[in-house]
Design a protein around this ligand. Structure first.
Ligand code: S3P
Length: 446
């Protein structure tokens, strides 16, 4: 599906965004392993998270979706999930191969859980996911005692790719230093650690999102956290509970940048997740000169949330890299868009992980923004962006990547004429309702 986006004169509204994707995946998985019934409010019913539900159903977990009739500010139904937890040892051998679709989080976190099971299972995904590196989870899980085999792609010697076959059981605790900063790998090892007799220890090179740690603690797991080290004690039961998922800051970021770059705009987004391990984008936008205010902060089960208000702002470029990168890794495509509207140059470094996301995001964002006349240079580990150059609408590709499609939709609001985005339906992977929310902001309806 193609989507046409023209420049916007003004955006305004008080809205909320769909539930956090990372937390939604974790709530379903941890709820499935807990004892008792877990109720999840604000679940993100996007393609990625529905793949996680489907995989768990194939493993014998009952998951029901309920729309209780209540509505968010944007008019969308609030999705509630009811999960009948099977306990740590209650999953069943699946009859069919599991399918993670486009979702790296589904595949990597589930691989951690499957490594703990005494049966054999296989998991695959779409063409993009089957090209993403899986040795980063397979290697430490093999050290714990799981047998994991995958496909080897001839152009990447030594790599392991999906489909994966996982024969688990009898895991032993390990102490493992992650070679790359990855919350997905850390989470897979924490989930596998639930099945070991003793303490599994993980050391991160840089702090990454800690949703798994917070949720496991909320479900009663024994966890110790100290700086960049986390330890989990295995073979203890998890207890079901109610989970309330905040809005996804990674989704909100697209609309925040829209509000900053379109003149005379004011957007208020309520109930957004503000976990400090995720909120690097807020700090960077503020450092670029964004008029961005946070109010009504509350913490539920360790997860901070609040209201974010933005107004059109004069932005300036800056340089970023190092420890902040994992705290805004998914926001780099939209940050590149903001940089095009900032005066001066923005340099993004230490972001080589973007090459192995749903697309090669360094290449994809550089290709898209250049099509519109933006001055963007792809670096080996980042991007160099010169702001303030006039942009002209053009036909551009999403490369099958939800965040690239949405970044292009936002840049189009600030470009002259019309932009056509190919394969725009891919936004459903993380942000159902994105297009109607954008229309709502254009019409100024609250
Ligand atoms: C995620 C972790 C990050 C992020 C992804 C979601 C998670 O991936 O990019 O969108 O939910 O744990 P990596 O662990 O590969 O950095």
């Amino acid at each position: 599906m193609q989507r046409k986006v023209t420049s916007a004169r003004r955006l305004s509204g008080i809205i909320s965004v769909p539930g956090d994707k990372s937390i939604s995946h974790r709530a379903v998985m941890i709820g499935a392993l807990a004892e008792g019934t877990t109720e999840i409010e604000g679940f993100l019913a996007s393609a990625d998270c529905l793949h996680t539900c489907q995989c768990l159903r194939q493993l014998g977990v009952s998951i029901e979706r309920e729309d209780d009739g209540s509505r968010n500010d944007d008019g969308c139904g609030k999705d509630k999930l009811i999960i009948k937890g099977q306990g740590l040892w209650g999953l069943q051998e699946p009859a069919e191969i599991l399918d993670a679709g486009n979702s790296g989080t589904t595949m990597r976190l589930l691989t951690g859980i499957l490594a703990g099971q005494s049966f054999t299972s296989s998991i695959t995904g779409d063409a993009s996911l089957c090209r993403r590196p899986m040795e980063r989870v397979a290697v430490p899980l093999q050290l714990m005692g799981a047998r994991i085999t995958g496909t080897q792609l001839s152009r990447h010697q030594g790599g392991i790719y999906a489909p994966l076959i996982i024969s688990g059981g009898n895991l032993q605790p390990i102490s493992y230093k992650l070679p790359i900063a990855s919350a997905q790998v850390k989470s897979a090892l924490l989930l596998a650690g639930l099945y070991t007799p003793g303490w599994t220890e993980i050391l991160e090179p840089v702090v990454t999102r800690n949703h798994t740690e917070l949720m496991l603690e909320a479900f009663g797991a024994q966890l110790e956290r100290e700086g960049q080290t986390v330890r989990i004690k295995g073979q203890l039961p998890l207890k079901a509970r109610k989970v309330t998922i905040p809005g996804d800051l990674s989704s909100a970021a697209f609309l925040l940048v829209a509000g900053l770059i379109v003149p005379d705009s004011r957007i208020v987004i309520k109930g957004v997740g503000l976990n400090p391990t995720r909120s690097g984008i807020i700090e960077v936008l503020q450092a670029m000169g964004a008029k961005l205010r946070i109010t009504d902060q509350v913490e539920i089960a360790g997860e901070l949330r609040g209201t974010i208000e933005v107004e059109s702002s004069s932005l300036h470029g800056l340089s970023l890299g190092g420890e902040i990168i994992p705290r805004l890794i998914d926001e780099l495509p939209i940050l590149a868009v903001a940089s095009l509207f900032a005066c001066g140059v923005t340099e993004i470094r230490d972001a080589q992980e973007l090459k192995v996301k749903e697309s090669n995001r360094l290449q994809a964002i550089c290709a898209g923004l250049t099509r519109l006349g933006g001055q963007v240079e792809e670096l080996d580990d980042g991007l160099l962006i010169r702001g303030g150059v006039p942009l002209q609408g053009a036909v551009c590709q999403s490369f099958g990547d939800h965040r690239i499609a949405m970044a292009l939709a936002i840049v189009a609001l600030g470009a002259k004429g019309e932009t056509v985005i190919e394969d725009a339906e891919v936004v459903e992977v993380s942000f159902p309702g994105f297009w109607s929310l954008l229309d709502q902001l254009r019409s100024g309806a609250e």
